[in-house]
Structure formats: structure tokens, C-alpha cells
Design a protein around this ligand. Structure first.
Ligand SMILES: Nc1ncnc2c1ncn2[C@@H]1O[C@H](COP(=O)(O)OP(=O)(O)OP(=O)(O)O)[C@@H](O)[C@H]1O
Ligand SMILES: [Mg+2]
Length: 238
């Protein structure tokens, strides 16, 4: 699976990545609150399942599976359409496992669960939503080191991972613990101020190892059930 690509299914963006995300990568999907991180990640899984017959696991730690599903259905992506190809697990489910296995740490349970599902379902795509919440739950004592091991562990798992992470509105940093250096790729979402009163959703590929990608900002639109990236033509201040 080394040579393939995973399409983002954002029209006009995959060609900027020369086809998509190299399989096996760990990619950060980073942005401020409400920049459609979860939707972009879900859209990638949904379309890869529906159109490319790829299996996927979405781990939602920030919102319940029910709330995530509701949002995605409202965007025209009903998980029922890909029921045998996409699994969603949420924090409630992991907590349940954690009570059953009392001598295990949160991280051990998380890894055991994702690994077991890999063995039984053989999913190729994984979303972790989100890294800051994972950090809180796993109580990383040395985040840099523990993230380094987690990223290596994910690469060994043999899946392509989208790791959602958050930026505060006043921060220009993509990462808190050096995960920007650890990741194979970074896709950045922002709301850019255009003129005095408008804001525009934008997307840019900051980094993608082994890909000669375009790093410009693109306007991000969701139109007719489809994400689209077009050249950002308006001068923005954000
Ligand atoms: N049907 C829709 N079409 C277009 N945009 C929508 C639609 N439904 C919701 N949105 C937008 O999607 C945004 C939320 O998307 P999403 O949950 O993917 O963002 P997020 O970056 O994951 O947010 P959070 O920071 O809360 O995790 C909302 O701010 C809303 O403006
Ligand atoms: Mg989200």
C-alpha cells in the first residue's frame, strides 16, 4: 500500500496534492473552532468508503457519535449509506471498555480498541477527533515523547490517519507539542477576513511529505453536497 493516495474528495484540492494524501501518512487537520475540521475528515472517510470501497474508523472524542452523525446527515452524508464500511466510536464506548478493563490506562484501552478493530475490520483510514482531547484523556505526562510514540504506533498500524487538532484564534502555531514536526502532513483550515465585514472559509496544505504540493490558500466551499477548493482571489487580511 506504499504507492497509493487517499483522495480528500475536496474538488480542486486533490490535484494540488498531486492526487491526494500518500497512504500510510499521519496528517494533522488543524484549524480554529468551527472551521469544518470534522466535516472535512468525515467527508474524506465517507467518500472513500462510498466511492473507493475503503474501510474506515472515525474516533470521535469531542462529540458523541449521535451528535456527529446528526451533523453529517444534515450535510448529506448519512453513515447508513456506508454502514458496512465505516465505523464510528465515541468516548462513551471507550469509557465502557475502560470500566471493564480496570487495570489498563486510557491510552492502552484506546490502542487495544483501535488495533482490535484493525484486525477484525481491516480499516485503512482512521480519524482521531481530536488530539487535544486525546491529550487530556490520556493525561500525557510528557506529550512530546508520548506523541512521538503514538505517531510511530499509528504508522505501524498500517493505516492513513487524519488527526484533528485545534488552534486558538490568537495563535499562529499549528501545534502545541511539536506534532507539526512529527506529522507527515498538515492541512490548515481557517476563516479569513475579507474586507471589513466578510469572512471566507479557506484551506491550505502546509506540508505533505514526499509530495510536491501547492501551498496556497484556497477558498473552501460546500455546495450541493460537495466540498470544493477554488483559488482564493480576494485579498484577505486574516
Ligand atoms: N449543511 C451545511 N452546509 C454548510 N455548512 C454547514 C452545514 N451545517 C453546518 N455547517 C457549518 O459547519 C460548521 C461546523 O462544522 P464542523 O463541526 O465540521 O467544524 P469543526 O471545525 O469540527 O468544529 P468544532 O471546532 O466544533 O469541532 C458550523 O460552523 C456550520 O457553519
Ligand atoms: Mg469538530
Amino acid at each position: 500500500m506504499e504507492d497509493g493516495f487517499v483522495k480528500t474528495y475536496i474538488d480542486g484540492f486533490d490535484d494540488k496534492l498531486q492526487g491526494g494524501i500518500p497512504e500510510g501518512s499521519v496528517v494533522l487537520l488543524v484549524g480554529q473552532p468551527g472551521t469544518m475540521k470534522s466535516s472535512i475528515a468525515f467527508n474524506l472517510l465517507f467518500n472513500n468508503a462510498a466511492q473507493d470501497d475503503k474501510k474506515a474508523l472515525y474516533v470521535t472524542l469531542e462529540q458523541s457519535s449521535k451528535s456527529l452523525t446528526k451533523h453529517m446527515v444534515s450535510m448529506g452524508m448519512d453513515p447508513k449509506q456506508v454502514i458496512d464500511k465505516m465505523e464510528i466510536i465515541d468516548i462513551g464506548l471507550i469509557r465502557k471498555k475502560l470500566t471493564q478493563l480496570q487495570d489498563q490506562s486510557w491510552m492502552q484501552v484506546f490502542k487495544m480498541y483501535t488495533k482490535n478493530l484493525k484486525e477484525t475490520n481491516d480499516y485503512q483510514l482512521l480519524v482521531i477527533d481530536s488530539l487535544p482531547v486525546l491529550n487530556v484523556l490520556a493525561k500525557f505526562s510528557n506529550p512530546r515523547e508520548e506523541l512521538f510514540h503514538l505517531f510511530e504506533w499509528l504508522r505501524d498500524l498500517g493505516v492513513t490517519t487524519l488527526m484533528i487538532t485545534e488552534m486558538t484564534p490568537d495563535s499562529a502555531k499549528f501545534a502545541e507539542f511539536g506534532e507539526d514536526f512529527l506529522a507527515d502532513g498538515i492541512i490548515y483550515l481557517r476563516m479569513a477576513e475579507v474586507g471589513d465585514i466578510s469572512v471566507q472559509r479557506q484551506i491550505r496544505c502546509v506540508k505533505m511529505r514526499s509530495v510536491n504540493h501547492n501551498g496556497d490558500y484556497h477558498s473552501l466551499l460546500f455546495d450541493g453536497g460537495q466540498f470544493k477548493a477554488t483559488k482564493a482571489i480576494t485579498q484577505s487580511r486574516g
